[in-house]
Design a protein around this ligand. Sequence first.
Ligand code: GRF
Length: 223
Amino acid sequence: MAKYRIGVFASGGGSNLQALMDRIRSGELPADLAFVLSNNSKSGALARARAFGAEAHHVSGFTEGGEEPAVRRMGEIIQASGIDLLVLAGYMKLVPPAIHALLKNRILNIHPALLPAFGGAGFYGHKVHEAVVERGCQYTGITIHMVNQAYDEGQIVLQRVVPVAPGSSPEAVAAEVLKREHVYYWQVVRAFALGEIRPTESDVPGRAVLLGRFLDSFPSLDL
Ligand code: GRF
């Protein structure tokens, strides 16, 4: 059987991408990394992808001479790659409708909070952790979810709670959250690769994938 193929979109430092690549290299994540695409030429993600030997693309409105050609280029890369799943790892832009059309119920994201809290437009990157601290939250967490055309509203696949120690800075919260992201994201991608999580053809946001017994292998609360 052909190996499961993933593509990654990333804009930032790329530590989640690195965690995926580390598990691919160790053989624990049985998947091929078909490409990494970034809208940011200076992203750590692109540098990490190149160091890994992955196909790395910088695609933006700037490189392609406009948003429309940039979306077209993304589509070409995806179609040529034959990926089974698109993994967003710190991708700061909305995925355009044309890309959703190519990958229905096959786009996964990780959000650094417990959705639906601290999600939606404006809640990205460090802003999420600042808002969590500002609000005095005692817990935050990670949410791994399917992506649909509304920001942060797709089906939830896995959530983990992360305690916020009193007096924590947003930086400290970010570091704790990121640690959990690196532990769990690859395991969810692995479940897709093994067919334990299966995309459906449903248009209902909450039924994008079948989780089967996937959650059984995770303790319900793991602080
Ligand atoms: C992570 O916290 C992720 O949840 C969010 O952006 C951050 C990306 O970090 N979507 P990195 O680029 O993977 O280091």
